[in-house]
Design a protein around this ligand. Structure first.
Ligand SMILES: [Fe+2]
Length: 473
């Protein structure tokens, strides 16, 4: 296979996506600017990093999880990275090669190949959060994986036997009650389950939710009083997948709807409200206001993760990009409307977690302030060139461009320990395509356009990845 063909087939193993092959510890990293004295803690970020060359076509969502930790204290920065050591990865290490398939390569090894590691590898590669004192690496097709403070893998958790099925990569933690709210979807009934985990880590309630079809649901919204789900027609077809078809197909004839239920309820009050067809990977936030529920989302006209070559094309002239969009749901009337908030397209929205579930003023997205990516090149779709800050009260947006040949990831918010919403910093990995090195840029949340107040330089690249958390010391 030529290099050009290989790039076509495996774009997510090239350039800023290419995996690193070792685990390292670095201290006293080079810093430009001045690290804020209040920033004491760890910036953890998860992402796919396959240990072994994939046996077939590689999808970005397939790689073994790797957590990158940037620790900040007393104006100094250190770094380490560790794989999430899943049971499936352990079986592959014994074999010395990849044994599992992925989203674009149906392969489910049996016990003769992987022993008791199971037919699917829980790569735990999507997000990393801390709840009830435990670091959880999350992957939406399986249970969470617990890491010790030194990032060594403890193993998966089913919350003492209480978790049935999978667990979203995007749980919500209430900043007041410290409860964690989550869901899990499944390709077999019940297609959706909603979970409440108490502040002490006890899974206290699970609600089974009926859906007409098994759909891929990546994120949801929890307000002070409601849990909100988006049932969009990204439908699993496991039989078709086993026969060589796509794992997930976009079926707009099924329609799209928003479900709202009391977050502390048993699901009996769940109401579904139809909306124009769309897909949302990530919600910024939401809040309840009497009979109104307001949610802000990165709304896309459809779900497209490169699996369904036979999906019907978008109508001519329709913009395939995602934009920050407000859905306003009127529970009394049973209606919902949506209004685009953003000029610049983007995704990976984050906010000051102190206002999660409440009316927030600010949001931060990874964005395309320089214009839409070149969709003719495989793998370019998610390579953001900017961070955009939204002031939802003033209705303004401000972008910070990271520069030519550079790519930025999710903007994680580190709150000022004594401040209010908007006081703090936004931090993200920035990748330089030419030098193949990465840095973490730290921006003042109140003035991202001014550029970084501090930049931590790494002597090598951190592969472009998914989600992370700032964990105060
Ligand atoms: Fe996500």
């Amino acid at each position: 296979m030529s290099i050009a063909e290989d790039r076509e087939v495996q774009p997510y193993l090239r350039g800023v996506y290419a995996p690193v092959h070792d685990e390292i510890d670095l201290v006293d990293l080079e810093v430009t600017g001045e690290l804020p004295a209040e920033l004491r803690g760890s910036f953890l970020r998860n992402g796919p990093n396959p240990m072994f060359d994939p046996a077939g076509r590689y999808h970005l969502f397939d790689g073994d999880g790797m957590v990158h930790e940037l620790s900040l204290a007393d104006g100094r920065a250190s770094y380490r990275n560790r794989w999430v050591r899943s049971r499936g990865l352990a079986a592959e290490q014994v074999a010395g090669r990849a044994l599992y398939g992925g989203m674009a390569n149906a392969a489910f090894p049996g016990p003769d190949v992987v022993g008791d590691a199971g037919p699917m590898k829980n790569v735990a590669n999507t997000h990393v959060v801390r709840h009830a004192g435990e670091i959880l690496c999350l992957w939406e097709a399986g249970p969470p994986t617990v890491l010790a403070d030194d990032l060594s893998t403890v193993g998966t958790t089913d919350f003492g036997g209480r978790l049935r099925g999978a667990f979203t990569a995007h749980p919500k933690i209430d900043p007041v009650t410290q409860q964690m709210f989550a869901f899990g979807y499944s390709a077999i009934p019940p297609y959706l389950r909603y979970h409440v985990i108490e502040a002490d880590g006890t899974l206290s309630r699970t609600v089974d939710i009926d859906l007409p079809a098994p759909v891929m649901m990546h994120d949801f919204v929890v307000t002070e009083t409601h849990a909100v789900f988006l049932d969009a027609p990204a439908v699993f077809d496991l039989a078709g997948f086993a026969a060589g078809g796509p794992m997930i197909a976009w079926q707009p004839e099924r329609g799209t709807r928003i479900g709202v239920m009391a977050r502390d309820g048993d699901g009996s009050d769940l109401r579904w409200i139809p909306v124009e067809d769309c897909y949302v990977f990530h919600f910024l936030n939401g809040h309840s206001d009497g009979e109104r529920v307001v949610i802000d989302a990165c709304r896309l006209p459809r779900m497209d993760i490169g699996l369904d070559a036979d999906a019907p094309p978008l109508p001519a002239g329709e913009d395939p990009s995602g934009y920050l969009t407000r859905f306003t749901i009127d529970l009394a009337a049973g209606t919902a409307r949506h209004d685009r908030l953003a000029e610049v397209s983007g995704d990976f929205p984050r906010l000051d977690d102190r206002v999660a579930g409440r009316a927030n003023r600010y949001g931060y997205l990874a964005s395309f302030a320089n214009g839409a990516p070149d969709r003719s090149l495989p793998g370019e779709d998610g390579l953001f060139d900017s961070i955009t800050a939204y002031d939802l009260q003033a209705g303004t947006e401000t972008s910070y461009r990271v520069g030519p040949g550079r790519v930025v990831g999710e903007p994680v918010v580190a709150s000022h320990p004594d401040g209010e919403e908007g006081d703090g910093w936004v931090m993200s990995y920035v990748h330089d395509r030419a030098t193949q090195r990465s840095e973490v840029q730290i921006l003042a949340a109140a003035d991202i356009a001014a550029g970084p107040v501090a930049t931590v330089h790494l002597p090598r690249r951190v592969p472009f990845g998914f989600h992370g958390s700032w964990l105060p010391a």
